[in-house]
Ligand binder design. Structure first.
Ligand SMILES: Cc1ncc(COP(=O)(O)O)c(C=O)c1O
Length: 474
């Protein structure tokens, strides 16, 4: 008898390790042959089309893009099941931040897959969810009072849990404050809070949401920063006076994702958060899209606002989703649970991603993400100089290029909805997977796998972007 569990013996097994090494080598052997954009393989067209048709039939509507992956890629390049290779600049809406077929993450996933179960739960759990939660809380606590971490299987569910915590703590207050154009997910409640009419067609409206204007730099320029901040505070005071003690929380998306990659203003956020504290309204920071991508790991660090945050949600690039909260918001038993917390592979890979983010030299004004952003801006400026007719003025004085770090947007064709959607489809055909964001004006949105991308690759990427936009411009 030894002191070690059989599980530990398996973890330390040299045979298991050499099998994992051999598999990673094999993946790498094929992955590294994917090194440029290419069209589909002629022999694959019919079978691929059949797969797309079947997929559309099963889900009741076609996929937005004719995209089904082959299961292999190389960094920012991804292979589709028809053999075509494209730049993946949207990474599953921000999920595959370290790109495709990363050898280290593949090894982590393989090791995690040896676990006896695929899923962990709230009733019976392995240690991986604890390791993941510990890593996340330790990182979060460097600049916040967040103390607890409740895991869930989607960003929407993480948000639902945050809302429950706010409602329970501040009951009977039941109204929520949110910024115009925010996105929270697609449960019945989150579809109501998210500011998109199309996303709540047919949904009964039983959530009381009061919308605040998001920071508008063009307005601040016109009327002055101080006045713009005062107007924002005036809006909030109006709601609080209209519905005294009825607001449970204010949802802050510090950099709006679906809303158009709009970057908020530190001072305005801080004044609003102070007012929330004054009126006993929970400050809830939804970083499901922006976490990891600004010039700091947490967007509240980028804005230096961590002290104010009561509730925090994360997902996407972390692979597992979580609601973090301060001790004050720890709920009564029964409020949060569910069969699943997530998968062994998600927790192990998610933890490895958190550790990499912390040690990769990515953050700060001279970090890799800021360098990528500057390279992206330079490419958009050069493109606009070559094709001024593609870049007429955008409504609302929106600059043609914006965002921060790994959240990049640019607005050709005046930011008009139909033109932007057409452009995204043309980019897809040209070998660049991007998406759109914003609500009139619209932008082309990129969430590229920055750590897997060389800054020097942007000119090559923009050759494909230029080819796609040329087709869209016709
Ligand atoms: C800010 C924000 N909150 C919540 C969500 C919902 O996350 P999920 O799609 O994982 O449910 C998203 C997804 O895009 C998001 O961007």
């Amino acid at each position: 008898m030894t002191d070690q569990t059989f599980g530990e013996l398996l973890s330390a097994s040299p045979s298991a390790q050499s099998a994992i090494d051999a598999l990673v080598r094999e993946v790498n052997h094929f992955s590294t042959q994917i090194n440029d954009v290419r069209p589909s393989l002629p022999g694959k067209a019919m079978a691929y089309q059949a797969l797309l048709t079947e997929t559309g039939k099963l889900r009741g509507r076609d996929l937005l893009y004719p995209y089904i992956g082959s299961g292999l890629g190389n960094g920012a390049l991804v292979e589709l099941a028809d053999g075509s290779v494209k730049w993946d600049l949207i990474s599953g809406i921000g999920v595959h931040f370290f790109g495709h077929s990363d050898p280290g993450l593949t090894a982590t996933a393989l090791r995690a897959s040896l676990s006896d179960t695929v899923k962990h739960g709230n009733l019976l759990t392995g240690a991986e969810p604890t390791h993941f939660s510990r890593t996340l809380v330790e990182l979060a606590q460097r600049h916040s009072k967040l103390e607890h971490c409740f895991l869930s299987t989607s960003g929407t569910l993480a948000n639902e849990n945050a809302l429950k915590l706010a409602l329970q703590k501040h009951a009977p207050a039941c109204r929520v404050l949110a910024f115009a154009d925010c996105f929270m997910g697609r449960s019945i409640v989150m579809s109501q809070i998210g500011d998109s009419a199309a996303n709540r067609v047919g949904i009964p409206l039983n959530m009381h949401v009061d919308y605040m204007p998001f920071w508008d730099p063009a307005l601040a320029e016109r009327i002055g920063r101080k006045r713009a901040i005062d107007m924002s505070l005036w809006h909030l005071e109006q709601y609080v006076q209209r519905y005294p003690q009825q607001h449970a929380c204010f949802i802050f998306e510090l950099v709006q994702g679906e809303g158009g990659f709009r970057v908020g203003d530190r001072e305005c956020f801080e004044e609003l958060m102070k007012l929330c504290k004054h009126h006993g309204i929970a400050v809830w920071d939804d970083e499901i899209q922006c976490f990891g991508r600004t010039e700091s790991m947490f967007a509240y660090e980028y804005f230096d606002l961590g002290d104010y945050v009561d509730l925090f949600c994360v997902g996407k690039m972390t692979q597992a989703c979580a609601t973090l909260y301060t001790a004050e918001y720890n709920p009564k038993p029964g409020l949060l649970s569910g069969t699943f917390t997530g998968e062994t592979v998600s927790f192990a890979v998610g933890q490895a991603i958190l550790e990499r983010l912390d040690s990769g030299g990515y953050y700060g004004p001279e970090g890799l993400f800021a360098q990528h952003f500057r390279a992206f801006e330079a490419q958009v400026a050069a493109l606009a100089a070559r094709h001024p007719s593609w870049f007429p003025a955008v409504a609302g004085d929106l600059p043609i290029c914006g965002g921060v770090g790994g959240m990049m947007r640019f607005a050709p064709f005046g930011g008009k909805k139909e033109a932007i959607i057409k452009a995204c489809h043309a980019l897809f055909e040209a070998g660049v997977i991007a998406f759109w964001c914003g609500h009139d004006p619209y932008s082309i949105r990129l969430l590229p796998p920055l750590p897997a991308l060389d800054v020097a690759e942007w000119p090559r990427i923009f050759e494909s972007i230029e080819a796609g936009l040329a087709k869209a411009a016709i």
